[in-house]
Design a protein around this ligand. Sequence first.
Ligand code: ADP
Ligand code: MG
Length: 703
Amino acid sequence: MSEVTHVEEIFAKNVFTLGKMKQRLPKEVFQEVKRVKDYGGELSKTAANVVAGVIKDWAIENGATHYTHWFQPLTGITAEKHDAFIAHPDEMGNMITEFSGKELIKGEPDASSFPSGGLRATFEARGYTVWDITSPVFLKEGSMGVILCIPTAFCSYTGEALDKKTPLLRSMEAVSKQAVRLLHLFGNDKVTRVIPSVGAEQEYFLVDEGLYKRRQDLMFAGRTLFGAPAPKGQELDDHYFGVIRERVGGFMKDLNEELWKLGVTAKTQHNEVAPAQHELAPIYETANIAVDHNQIVMETMKRVAGQHNLRCLLHEKPYAGVNGSGKHDNWSLTTDTGKNLLDPGLTPNENIQFLLVLASILKAVDTHADLLRQSAADVGNDHRLGADEAPPAIISVFLGEQLEDVVKQLVETGEATSLKEGGKLRTGVSTLPDTPKDATDRNRTSPFAFTGNKFEFRMVGSSDSIADPNTTLNAIVAEAFCEAADRLEGAEDFELAVHDLIKEYLTEHQRIIFNGNGYSEEWVREAERRGLPNIRSTIEAAATLTSDRTVALFEKFGIFTRSELESREEIVYETYAKTINIEALTMIDMAGKQIIPAVVTYAGTLAETVNALRSAGVNEATESLLLTDVTERLTAMKTALDELISAEKEAAGIKDEKEKAFYYKDTVRPVMDRLRKPADELEMIVDSRLWPIPTYGELMFEV
Ligand code: ADP
Ligand code: MG
């Protein structure tokens, strides 16, 4: 047996928790920190210096040599620049470590090379990182030693958000403020804050590092660009929830321990549907911390995989023909008095506050379905949403039988007098107990499903930051709450007004509710009849960012300005074009230098055999046929390769980013498909000893 790990001992060992602050800080300073953390404002200079000193001591005691302002630029991943805790040595040559309040709170990383969508020209490259006091500092251990990481927001000199965290924090304040207004109307005057909570289930693939390194496509694009299906895929459903292989188990054990040390509540782990695909789910927490933690999860997965001679693939579609990876963003709202606003209670039909919250969310999702879909868009996710795989790109809401029935009654009569019960689960086995059933079954095909006391937004891609989806959710719900509060605050008869409002919202927005099979063709047609948007690609979704409706929403709550949104739209096009460009160049390289030469060698051997058989007077018909099979496909490959090379040249000449992105989508990608098809067919024909790259079978089954 390996060593036993006690979670209580290692949990948050590398985090400067509130508890540690309380222990180390003078009482008044601690209270100041707590106040700023909970209610906003700024630390005084003196307090900041004391806090910085205490953090530095703790970090150095734990082996840290450097600190970094850890931030989340628009690349969607995290960024850091390390500074050692050193200053000028004194006259005697002694080193005294230094770290001031100013260094804790503000940094200027001169990070001018991050995408800014034109928000920030390089000649005025000032960008600042500012400590997010609500997300605890932590220590990152790695080959470079121990680094103190300070979660920060990243803004321009003029205060424009250059990152994912700033708008998220703004959206959290917005939804809190509007939710509190509503709750006060219902007499919950003790509530001062409402906190969005998030739990992100993370899917990923593991692959052997040696094999990975022999695949340029995995190295450069994060997904396979060639590859015939293995004889076995996921058809037997034997991987999903299957026994975890020893090597993967070793990875998971280390991953959990590393995450626990970093204060991440890694809770659930299991094998996913596709071979070599897995999932990790943490316990939910405050939205911005969940966003930070999801970044830590992704980063740690990659680091720990390396220690096991594995690589972790976070791409949404590493392999054609088997499931891709996503991230379920579980979202809810909880008051500072501890009540979950999405908890229906035992009698949701009588719970007017819950029904108003629910109706407002339905209204929000229906009104901004396009924006919500956009928030889950990224290049890799295009292979899932609306493509060969579910969930579809159409936003709809699953409520479950019980709530759907309540909604129906409310729409029809303005009242919901009855409640469908869950009943008992009968197993038919006398020794097994009959247990009460949930009133709702699950619907795995819904992109936005109510699951008991939270919504589960299932469109998000596995490699993407969850900041955008949560910023969007908070914002659209803030808007709906705000409108409801405006109406109700002015109402003469509150009770009556609430009932009317619930009925009105549900009636107007019931088209967004769909409890059926979201993966079916009929649903696509039905959704079209209902007028629901079906936006199939990332770059088609991008325009939503700057629609009048979106700009009005975000500007109203001070979450994004129009120019911040314009810059983000621009970045979508840039990123898209760059990503497909890398994929195309990788294919050109692999096809030209690896696959075609191998096929030529094989064709040569076949030709020699044909000649030899012929001169020996033996029938060479079969070998000839084989040779024809090979050369036909080789010609198809060569033709597509040449086409791809010229399409790439053409693309390079396009100046306008949007036009370029669409050129990649509409012209370059189809050529990539044409190059892949004959190559995959050749993989099934050519002598496996000559095939230059590891096969799907090896990649997915040798883990
Ligand atoms: P399931 O997906 O099977 O419903 P769970 O109920 O365990 O599974 O929840 C899955 C994820 O949802 C977990 O990350 C969990 O922490 C998160 N979650 C549960 N309750 C909430 C909540 N109130 N707010 C946000 N996330 C939640
Ligand atoms: Mg789930």
